[in-house]
Design a protein around this ligand. Structure first.
Ligand SMILES: Nc1ncnc2c1ncn2[C@@H]1O[C@H](COP(=O)(O)OP(=O)(O)O)[C@@H](O)[C@H]1O
Ligand SMILES: [Mg+2]
Length: 458
């Protein structure tokens, strides 16, 4: 099933479910309204019948039985049996007075179709019957009005239901169409992305609703994806380009060795050169893999421990002081301040500092002063490595952080252009940023850690 079809059926299912629930609730509401209205109306009739029965019963006097029967007869003559029923029966069931023929009736309230008087098939009578002396007095009222009222309200309810159902159908169709249209914008965009167009983005509506928020998030993810893919393309091209030279050199050396061998000359020197070239290529690949692993988070934060940056630069200074002196440089740490604590991967941070110090030694001339310092500014722990060498031009400071990128003037020095890329990867893994600035003269690299990393230290 194509994505558009899935969305279509999902939207339609949602609308159908909404419609079903709506219909069920409406039916329940209609039935309960009808039943309670009917009970209410019958109760009104009962409230009339009972006092009427009591008023007539009050006329009963055991000493004047005949006059009571006469009174009832007179009352019966006055009332229309189609509206009000009055019946006085003897204990045997025979009629003593009344406006209807005698019929079996039980004491209390009851319903009866009273076929002998009713005007229409479907109307009933509400009856109330109680003994009076040795007789049974039954009075009743037609439910015609009540039933007509119920019928009218039922018709009204039916019309309202029909209208509501109609509106619900229109609403559901409209809603599902609208949702479907918006979702097909998403699926169209994703299809274009799947087709290789990484610039495709989901158009946003003006409503800023949840679908817009979702589309915005997908667009952000697509921006990120494009950045990553562009980065990957760049890296792949750079790697292919930069490894071409050493591989060509290697091929040339082997060719040269083969020719020398054919001429009977010793080839061990050429083989040593070839071996060194292989080792160099290998080192480059290892460094590339290492950076990729750090960036992919393969070395997870389980290695993170609380550590003191000041102690870390002291260790580096101890290791590299002699190397710097051998190159005619001096390496110093700024007067040791209080410990600067962060949570981090000690081994990787050490590698990062080694890369920076080695860069200063490798890319700066004699008499360079290399300084290491730590500080906390705005609650942000920092390490600074500065030198008094040639520095890096401002327009190149972004580039040198890329993999395999080396300044033209450094092409003759050893190295693979991966040192600063690893510095950047390690810094980012710690949520820190690597800033390259002018040391006037020279280069200053600052690693600025986030303020929060200090809070978690106990
Ligand atoms: N301290 C420095 N002073 C001057 N230039 C530097 C310094 N550090 C790095 N660079 C320049 O940045 C480039 C990239 O550095 P890096 O990634 O460590 O690669 P590599 O040291 O292998 O050349 C170097 O080739 C060099 O041109
Ligand atoms: Mg380097």
């Amino acid at each position: 099933m194509r994505p558009a079809k899935i969305y279509r059926s999902a939207a339609a299912k949602l609308a159908a479910a909404f419609f079903g629930v709506f219909l069920l609730l409406f039916l329940i509401a209609t039935v309960t309204t009808y039943l309670s209205l009917r009970d209410e109306l019958i109760e009104t009739v009962d409230d009339r019948l009972k006092p009427e029965h009591e008023i007539i019963s009050a006329l009963w006097n055991p000493d004047a039985r005949d006059s009571f029967i006469e009174n009832v007869r007179a009352l019966a003559a006055l009332s229309d049996p189609k509206i009000s029923v009055l019946l006085l029966t003897a204990s045997g069931g025979s009629r003593l007075a009344g406006n209807v023929d005698p019929f079996p009736v039980k004491s209390g309230f009851s319903m009866d179709p009273l076929t002998q008087v009713k005007r229409r098939e479907d109307y009933s009578y509400r009856l109330y019957s109680r003994p009076v002396g040795d007789m049974q007095l039954t009075i009743g009222g037609s439910l015609e009005d009540t039933q007509e009222l119920l019928e009218t309200s039922l018709i009204n309810l039916a019309w309202t239901s029909a209208l509501a159902v109609f509106l619900a159908i229109i609403g559901s169709v409209f809603l599902s169409r609208k949702v479907q249209r918006r979702l097909s914008l998403v699926s169209d965009t994703m299809n274009r992305v799947a087709g290789g167009n990484l610039d495709a983005r989901i158009p946003l509506s003006k409503s800023a609703d949840d679908l817009d928020r979702l589309s915005g998030t997908i667009n952000d993810a697509l921006d990120q994806l494009k950045l990553l893919v562009d980065g990957m393309r760049q890296v792949t091209t750079d790697i292919a380009h930069d490894l071409k030279t050493p591989l060509n050199r290697l091929a040339f050396t082997i060719e040269d060795a083969l020719q020398k061998d054919a001429a009977g000359e010793p080839v061990s020197k050429r083989l040593e050169v070839a071996r060194d070239e292989c080792e160099n290529i290998n080192r480059t690949f290892e460094a590339l893999l290492r950076i990729a692993q750090i960036e992919a988070g393969a070395r997870n934060k389980s290695h993170f421990v609380a550590l003191d940056l000041t102690a870390l630069i002291e260790t580096i200074a101890d290791i590299y002081a002699d190397v710097a002196t051998d190159s005619g440089m001096s390496l110093q740490t700024e007067p040791a301040g209080p410990p600067v604590l962060i949570v981090g991967d000690e081994q990787l941070l050490m590698q990062m500092l080694v890369n920076l110090v080695e860069n200063a030694i490798r890319h700066c001339g004699p008499d360079t002063v290399i300084s290491l310092a730590t500080s906390v500014s705005d609650d942000q722990p920092q390490i600074r490595i500065s030198d008094t060498g040639p520095g890096i031009p401002e327009n190149e400071r972004c580039n040198v952080l890329r993999r395999l990128y080396r300044l033209e003037k450094s092409r003759t020095t050893s190295g693979n252009g991966l040192g600063l890329a690893l510095v950047k990867a390690v810094a980012e893994m710690h949520g820190a940023r690597a800033e390259l600035t002018d040391n006037q003269p020279g280069l200053q690299v600052s690693i600025v850690f986030p303020a929060t990393s200090g809070e978690t230290i106990t």
